[in-house]
Write a protein of this length. Structure first.
Length: 165
């Protein structure tokens, strides 16, 4: 059962080896069961950080929580859970006008899903990490790199040490 917002520490920083879980629908996988940049959905950035790509923190959830109705808020039967370590998020992507962007997780608990977070974006030079919507080129590059970096949770993986076996 997922933790609710009152059960998580919103001030707890993300560790570099923390896992970020993301649910993947059957239509996002190709005929070989692979997640490709052309098939991954829901990876977009708006002017509002709250609508950035959604993930869940492993420090406050189990992979199965990603598919639980309290977090998914819809029927996700047949969906899969993928993960990426925080330190493996795509970084230093360059826009057409040579602005450099980086990506980082932001914990944004929802009432019934305390582990809910988003992947935010800012200019690499910004020490305050003020959210900034990336250019279309950077958004596309992020989507490609994320799709290639996400791994199915079914792979042999030690959840405690967060290292592949």
């Amino acid at each position: 059962m997922p933790l609710n917002a009152s059960q998580v520490d919103t001030n707890r920083p993300f560790s570099t080896d923390e896992l970020l879980y993301r649910r993947v629908g059957p239509t996002e996988l190709n005929s070989l069961g692979e997640l490709l940049p052309t098939t991954i959905a829901g990876i977009q950035f708006t002017s509002d950080v709250q609508h950035s790509p959604s993930v869940m923190r492993s420090d406050f959830s189990e992979p199965s929580d990603v598919l639980h109705v309290l977090c998914a808020k819809r029927d996700v039967a047949g969906w899969s859970v993928y993960f990426i370590r925080v330190d493996k998020l795509p970084s230093e992507l360059v826009s057409g006008d040579n602005k450099r962007f980086c990506f980082f997780p932001v914990h944004m608990p929802e009432e019934t899903c305390g582990a809910h977070s988003v992947v935010a974006c800012c200019l690499l030079e910004d020490p305050n990490r003020v959210y900034r919507k990336p250019s279309g080129k950077v958004e596309y590059d992020f989507k490609v790199k994320l799709a290639l970096a996400l791994r199915p949770i079914g792979q042999v993986y030690d959840i405690v040490t967060r290292k592949p076996l």
